[in-house]
Design a protein around this ligand. Structure first.
Ligand SMILES: [Mg+2]
Length: 438
């Protein structure tokens, strides 16, 4: 059966995709016909039905299994919930981008000691395990106070991938980066490990993601840089598409992808508001995140807590603004707090929105809940950091500023993400995207 033509190029996100069948382009032949059929090798791709697609804008072509996978994640024509700032304050932009990465890393380091706490609990200040600041950690391989885990490692990986490709994510490169990272991974989730093991065997990413089919939060935890890099784009469409691409090699289940898109969209919208000096309306922000993912989940997911109700991530997120005045212990026992995107993404959004101008409260609420505390605190930190910036971390929490691991590297990466706003190079050379090809 012939593969459906994807709406946008997965590499440059232009609406310029042409079908190529057995080397014969059916549209825009002048561009694609320049490439000899022998080089294209159409029909020989892994699992190929003989069809392939090419992008008239960037010149990239790819075989149909990949294209079909991209087409499984429909994105709506969503608009930003707020206008861009009238005049761009570059220093403020740099501070907010740094803030998202650094507060995210602080949350990761604060949350890690509680990662195994039982579900449905929220620490209280008189509990012996209540976290107020960085703790020495004896899990994984230990490390000094301020040591981060896989959440920040993967965020760095995605930020570097964006910086290397002018704000885009090349899933082939990202897959290679994941394979190279695995030996250094700090507490990586099971799905991520399983996916990277398959990538290491040489399986193409567009097969690996659906094979693992993970609904975990492993693609949501590093999605913030996508939002930071694209917050000032005229439309949030490319941001959402890039977040999908970033998720696919490891977390291709619709709710796993939706978690990544929601986080990238949320961070982008918050940064945009902060830069313009506008107030944050929780209903408007969450409404935007919901609209960004509204078509991604074709079916609801079963909650893991009894009675295992069927819920869409978009439904659970939409509930958050109504929960902000409730007891955090009750709310987090309601969302649950595991590595499931359906649980931890709404939990992080809740922790952020209930105290969005007080980053310490945001992070300590998240770090003192249960189970996947490092990821929830890291994602909540990425959200609040895009609102309050890095300077407040340095000024109000000098011990966190001093001790958080990779502060200088994260700061430099933030600068690189800001620099992506410069004009991009035009059309790159035609590249063969099949497994093993380059
Ligand atoms: Mg972690």
């Amino acid at each position: 059966m012939m593969a459906a033509r994807p709406r946008t190029c997965p590499y440059c996100h232009a609406d310029a995709v042409a079908r190529v069948v057995h080397g014969t382009p059916t549209t825009e032949p002048a561009k694609l016909a320049d490439t000899p059929d022998a080089r294209l090798g159409l029909g020989a791709g892994p699992g190929s039905d003989g069809a392939a697609f090419g992008c008239r804008a960037c010149g990239t072509w790819w075989p149909s299994p990949h294209a079909e996978l991209q087409d499984r994640y429909p994105l709506p024509g969503v608009r930003w919930p707020s206008r861009p700032p009238r005049a761009l304050d570059e220093d403020r932009l740099r501070d907010l981008v740094r803030g998202s990465l650094l507060w995210g890393a602080v949350g990761d380091a604060l949350g890690r000691p509680n990662e195994t706490r039982p579900y449905s609990t929220l620490g209280h200040e008189d509990d012996p395990g209540f976290v107020r600041t960085f703790q020495p950690w004896h899990g994984w391989q230990g490390g000094p106070t301020g040591t981060i885990t896989d959440d920040t490692q993967l965020t760095v990986l995605v930020a570097r991938a964006l910086a290397r490709h002018g704000g885009l994510v090349d899933p082939d490169d990202l897959s290679r980066d994941l394979v190279a990272w695995l030996p250094e991974a700090r507490g990586a989730g099971r799905a991520t490990r399983a996916a990277v093991a398959l990538l290491e065997e040489g399986r193409p990413w567009w097969e690996v993601g659906p094979t693992i089919d993970s609904a975990g939060n492993g693609a949501a935890m590093p999605a913030a840089p996508v939002g930071l890099a694209h917050a000032l784009d005229p439309s949030p469409g490319p941001l959402c598409q890039i977040a999908v691409t970033q998720a696919l090699p490891t977390h291709a289940a619709p709710v796993g992808v939706a978690g990544a898109v929601a986080m990238a969209a949320g961070v982008g919208a918050i940064l945009r508001l902060s830069l313009a000096g506008r107030a944050l309306d929780p209903v408007a922000l969450v409404g935007f995140m919901v609209r960004a993912i509204v078509r991604l989940e074709a079916a609801p997911s079963a909650e893991r807590k009894p009675p295992h109700a069927l819920v869409y991530l978009r439904e659970r997120l939409a509930e958050v603004p109504d929960l902000l005045r409730d007891d955090p212990a009750e709310v987090l026992a309601y969302t649950w707090t595991g590595a499931f995107a359906l649980e931890s993404v709404p939990a992080a959004v809740f922790c952020f929105l209930r105290a969005s101008d007080d980053p310490a409260i945001v992070l300590l609420t998240a770090a003192n809940t249960s189970h996947d505390t490092d990821t929830i605190a890291s994602m909540a930190g990425q959200l609040v950091g895009a609102r309050v910036g890095a300077e407040r971390l340095r000024r109000e929490h000098p011990e966190w500023w001093t001790e958080v691991e990779f502060r200088d590297e994260l700061t430099e990466l933030a600068n690189e993400l800001v620099a992506l706003r410069a004009p991009r190079d035009a059309v790159p050379a035609m590249r063969d995207r099949r497994a093993g090809g380059q």
